[in-house]
Design a protein around this ligand. Structure first.
Ligand code: NAD
Length: 372
């Protein structure tokens, strides 16, 4: 495969993460084509120029359309605020580029469906930034469930909590604008939903409540702007195989820094995982002598692929950015047409978007909502 020329739009938290992944995927995996950091787009020329120098891009622009129209660019990483994803992804696909777009797809279901349609029509690879499914620990949990080691899964609980919006004095930003979506549902819930999508059965119906801990936040000029999104959501889930679930998400949970706590209960055991200790999980199985039953902590190691690509020593641990490097390798696998690339593409990601919109509908109408 010829060299891959990368375009990147947005260079905040996730933009840097994508740039680091594109830089590291070759050295870490050793089996990918040359990666060229081609064209970086930012909100203005000055920022674009500075970030291109910092991240190692050859060209830059203060207008994202220059990135998607650049004939040299093969793949566009889209890491801008949610409301911009649809226009950027659709333009990139129509220009013949592959797309690696951050989650969620878009605030509106219509926009997300248009992204799916454009990806199908273009025939180009289009995937979403669901990095947590790439964790070697999560992959191993999936193998344990698929092998029946904890029996039939009957109940799942998952909580995603952080505290970056816990301070009532935190400034009003794009995440508090209705244009970004519902709030914690499409900012956070989509991540646990990506884990459920790879670990357990599809969701059949949902019942959701949402809450807004602070009515307004400080904005420019000393005024306080009303918060338009919900930082908290609590959801009951029913899976297509009859299992039940609970999903709780909170962006205002003091003390929680990167929690995605998963509990999976089956007829023959259970599994516990928390992203804050992302290099381990706990397994309980009933096939041990009763006097020795209890949770065993398993630390990830080179036995949990692709951990060994990063480091040969067991228990030394990967980090958040490494998940993006693995996701980048999977994207390259999909671009090469390799079998079994572990990605959530637009076709599969739309189920997550539908689930989020069903949850919001459930909140509005105060009832269970079936997923079509
Ligand atoms: P951010 O605010 O840190 O960065 C957004 C960037 O987009 C900024 O650099 C901004 O200048 C740039 N931008 C804004 N408008 C632009 C325009 N018109 N043209 C070009 N650039 C523009 O935001 P973030 O936290 O990096 O979030 C970005 C996306 O990543 C969101 O969709 C978010 O949901 C997602 N995200 C994913 C994860 C994950 O774990 N996968 C984590 C955090 C955020």
């Amino acid at each position: 495969m010829k060299a891959i020329n990368v375009g990147l739009i947005g260079t905040g938290y996730m933009g840097k993460c994508h740039a680091l992944a594109w830089n590291a995927v070759g050295p870490v995996f050793g089996d990918v084509p040359e990666i060229r950091l081609g064209h970086l787009g930012e909100a203005n020329e000055e920022l674009a120029s500075r970030r291109a120098a910092e991240l190692g891009f050859e060209r830059w622009s203060g207008d994202w359309r220059s990135v998607v129209e650049d004939p040299e660019v093969d793949v566009v990483s889209i890491t801008t605020p949610n409301a911009l994803h649809a226009d950027m992804a659709i333009a990139a696909l129509n220009a013949g580029k592959a797309v690696w777009c951050e989650k969620p797809m878009a605030p509106g279901l219509d926009e997300a469906l248009a992204m799916v349609d454009t990806a199908r029509t273009s025939g180009k690879v289009a995937i979403l930034g669901y990095n947590y499914i790439q964790n070697p620990a999560i992959r191993q949990i999936g193998r344990i469930i698929a092998a029946g080691r904890i029996g039939e899964v009957s109940h799942v609980r998952v909580e995603m909590d952080e505290d970056f919006m816990a301070d009532p004095a935190a400034p009003f930003g794009w995440k508090s604008e209705a244009g970004s979506g519902y709030g914690a549902l499409d900012d956070f819930a989509v991540h646990p939903l990506s884990l459920l999508a790879v670990l357990v059965a599809p969701i059949r119906r949902v019942m959701c409540d949402m809450a807004r801990p602070y009515a307004d936040r400080p904005s420019e000029g000393g005024i306080r702007k009303p918060v338009e999104t919900y930082d908290i959501a609590n959801v009951l889930l029913e899976f297509s195989d009859g299992a039940s679930g609970v999903l709780c998400v909170n962006r205002s949970a003091w003390g929680r820094k990167g929690r995605i706590a998963l509990q999976i209960y089956g007829s023959g055991g259970s599994i516990l995982f928390d992203q804050e200790q992302m290099n381990q999980f706990a397994l309980y199985t009933t096939d041990m002598p009763q006097a020795e039953q209890g949770y065993r902590t398993i630390l990830t190691s080179p036995h949990h692929s692709p951990y060994g690509r990063f480091i040969p020593a067991p228990g030394h641990g990967l980090g958040f950015n490494d998940l993006k490097i693995i996701e980048c390798r999977e994207l390259i696998g999909r671009l090469r047409g390799e079998d079994g690339a572990r990605v959530i593409d637009f076709d599969h990601g739309i189920a997550i978007e539908r689930a989020v919109h069903a949850m919001a509908q459930s909140f509005r109408e105060r009832r269970w909502v079936d997923l079509a």
